[in-house]
Design a protein around this ligand. Structure first.
Ligand code: HEC
Length: 109
């Protein structure tokens, strides 16, 4: 392979990797995830995420918990509790975005 071909290959790799790690879920996917958060997660955690069968997921409740714990809880569930695993429906990227969204506080219109 010529030098310029290597350079363009490296550029493509950088671009695609950057998209996966920086951009997060697309706008359409974010809408789906917001809907899931209120409808599905909300069925246990409360429609306004103030708690129900599951604990409250408001920014103040999560502030002392590390990202990895919360992302793993969403993807793998908590065995022995009602918290189900979501990895069949959600990618790690989705779960990271959900945690960021929960930390920022979900607005309810
Ligand atoms: C069937 C009920 C149920 C559903 C649906 C559910 N959860 Fe949970 N969730 C729980 C319970 C119960 C716990 C607490 C588990 C425990 O005792 O540690 C929990 C814990 C959590 C935690 C950890 C909170 C903490 O303070 O450590 C997060 C984050 C979370 N859920 C997010 C979600 C998200 C996001 C969804 C939707 C994709 C969801 N949950 C759907 C029942 C549910």
């Amino acid at each position: 392979m010529t030098r310029s071909k290597w350079a363009s290959l490296a550029m493509i790799l950088l671009l695609t990797m950057g998209q996966a790690s920086l951009a997060g879920p697309s706008g359409a996917r974010q809408l789906e995830l917001r809907h899931l958060l209120v409808q599905d997660c909300g069925s246990c955690h409360g429609m306004t995420l103030k708690g129900g069968l599951g604990p409250a997921l408001l920014p103040g409740n999560l502030s002392d918990k590390p990202d990895a714990l919360l992302v793993n809880t969403i993807l793998l569930g908590r065995p022995g509790t009602a918290m189900p695993p979501w990895q069949a429906l959600l990618s790690e990227e989705d779960a990271v975005w959900l945690v960021e969204t929960l930390r920022a506080g979900v607005k309810h219109e």
